[in-house]
Design a protein around this ligand. Structure first.
Ligand SMILES: [Zn+2]
Length: 495
């Protein structure tokens, strides 16, 4: 069986999505989760970009125990040195070089670099990087639109120079599976076999995962992707889609992928928690509705044998089951057992908080499902000792008048009450909170969604604010979405 290596690039390419904002701390937590997911390589970032990016790559390199950490360097030797320095403490260091090779990208992104110049620079940069890292990955950018002869020339040149991985990038997401197969196969056949061939696909045609699988069939042994397929424009290939496809079809394709599938769903939830990015509910594998059946016959079939209508058991990818709801009468022991069953480990203090929150929610909701318990636990885990506490709030609305919100907050011994008007109830509440806390946070984005099904579903609110020039994210779940929104806002400004 040929082993397929997985490179997670959520922290670099994924973070180019305007919906994905990580703090340095958040990046470290996410990288540690990627290690539990058992990805082979963590694409940690582009250290030459900024001091913050550099700090994040350094922290990730220090925080993982066995996974290879990769850092990007674009065009020159200084960037390679910066990347190597940031990776110094990684268990295994990989430097990633990126150079566009299609004519259109050479013209507009390299400011007129001629083909022979591009080839010479690529070889020189690889030679430099080889002396500073355990592994060197070279990406010929926009490979799908490059002249195939020139692409092969560059790939053979950098293989000769010592690149250990050649990562063909469909930078603009234009490829279809048959085309991408030909491009990858062409390079695999042209190389001497010293370098691993890799594929990096974008989803502009909704084909990134399909193209990645085509690349595997063509002989690629490494795939780049992001969790939930997040990324610039339409995003990247979704790691979870490829991993589940390989679980189903790996044997037939003669390949295997050693990802720890049980950690797929927790990783996608952590992404939402840390960045505020909500994945589309119909997204394959990780979307909220990906395993919801509406056809009665299918529902009955799932109960008898899920394989009849479901290609994968949701619990095998770490999704909490909603088959055994717990009721409001559940005691602390039963709650604790459920938390344990879902794979969470909480401290005594966290457990008490989670139970308290569970009890208050359970009285407003007929059944508390596993997904609800998971959301409650995640809220408690993500708390970071916020200063402000919501004591109470009220909203008054009448048609023809602007909604008014009154909030009462507590910080230590001090209790503050403020009122404000707004365009809607949530806007009014945010304004009242701003007055009470005397912050000048600028709201960047606010979203709310039902976490589970039914009229008493738990609502999850995610608030993204800008304080100074830093973006912060807050998240909260409650049965009442206005309350969830206020709590999420308080978390965001308190972080
Ligand atoms: Zn990309």
């Amino acid at each position: 069986m040929r082993r397929i290596l997985i490179v997670d690039t959520t922290l670099r390419d994924g973070a180019q999505s305007p919906q994905v904002t990580f703090s340095v701390e958040g990046k470290v937590r996410f990288a540690q989760q990627l290690e539990r997911l058992k990805v082979d390589v963590i694409d940690a970032g582009y250290p030459a970009l900024s001091a913050e990016e550099r700090a994040a790559v350094e922290r990730i390199a220090q925080s993982v125990s066995s996974t290879t950490v990769m850092a990007l360097a674009h065009g020159d030797e200084v960037e390679i040195e910066v990347a190597a320095k940031a990776l110094a403490q990684a268990p295994k260091k990989r430097i990633h070089l990126y150079i566009p090779v299609s004519d259109i990208h050479r013209r507009y992104l390299l400011r007129g670099g001629e083909r022979d110049e591009v080839l010479k620079t690529s070889i020189a940069l690889v030679e430099k990087a080889v002396s500073l890292a355990d592994e060197v990955e070279f990406t010929p950018g926009d490979a799908a639109r490059a002249d195939e002869g020139f692409l092969k020339e560059v790939c053979c040149g950098v293989e000769e120079a010592g690149a250990t991985v050649i990562n063909l990038s469909d930078t603009v997401g234009v490829a279809i599976p048959s085309k991408w197969y030909r491009v990858v196969k062409g390079v695999v056949d042209a190389l001497k076999g010293n370098a691993v061939v890799s594929s990096h696909c974008h989803d502009d045609l909704g084909l990134a995962s399909a193209n990645s699988l085509s690349a595997i069939e063509a002989g690629a042994s490494q795939i780049h992707g992001t969790i939930g397929g997040v990324g610039t424009r339409a995003g990247n290939a979704a790691i979870e889609e490829i991993a589940v496809a390989l679980k189903i079809w790996g044997e037939e394709l003669g390949v295997e992928c050693l990802l720890n599938l049980k950690e797929i769903y927790p990783t996608s939830r952590l992404l939402t928690m840390l960045t505020g990015c909500m994945l589309p509910s119909h997204k394959a594998v990780v979307g909220d509705l990906a395993f919801v059946h509406t056809i009665e016959e299918h529902r009955m079939a799932v109960v008898k044998d899920h394989r009849a209508v479901q290609i994968v058991d949701p619990q095998s990818i770490g999704r909490p089951s909603s088959r055994t709801p717990i009721t409001r009468y559940a005691g602390r022991m039963m709650f604790e057992q459920k938390v344990h069953e879902l794979g969470y480990t909480l401290s005594e203090g966290q457990l008490s908080k989670a139970y308290q929150l569970f009890s208050s929610i359970a009285w407003k909701k007929s059944d508390v499902t596993d997904a609800d318990v998971a959301a409650i636990v995640e809220e408690v885990i993500s708390e970071h000792g916020s200063e402000w506490e919501l004591v109470s709030f009220s909203i008054s609305m009448e048609s023809g008048c602007a909604p008014r919100a009154k909030v009462s907050l507590r910080r230590g011994e001090v209790e503050v009450e403020e009122e404000a008007e707004g365009n809607g109830p949530v806007d009014a509440a945010f304004k009242a909170v701003e007055r009470a806390t005397e912050t000048t946070a600028r709201l960047v984005d606010f979203s709310v969604r039902a976490l589970t099904y039914g009229k008493d579903a738990l609502g999850e609110a995610i608030v993204r604010v800008k304080l100074g020039n830093r973006e912060r994210v807050g998240r909260a779940v409650r049965t009442d979405v206005v309350e969830a929104a206020i709590r999420a806002f308080l978390k965001a400004i308190d972080e």
